[in-house]
Design a protein around this ligand. Sequence first.
Ligand SMILES: [Zn+2]
Length: 87
Amino acid sequence: MRIECPLCGSRDRREFYYAGHASALERPDPAASAEIWDNYLHIRENLAGVTNDLWHHETGCGAWLVVTRDTVSHAVLLARLAKRDKK
Ligand SMILES: [Zn+2]
């Protein structure tokens, strides 16, 4: 599998570290309940189909990316730089 890093171009997936679903960028409010934090930290979906995941270009430029890919066909559909929305 190859990932198109916006800064480096097409690279082998072994240059990247998989860091889970991109929803991890949407952290709960610090005052949220223990149940909400427990779900955020420990509950993971294992979707079959198109998903958005966080990848770190660990042995490349060091950028964090949101990669849209199909978990069934392993096709990488899009890769963009990750950013957290300011609250
Ligand atoms: Zn890169």
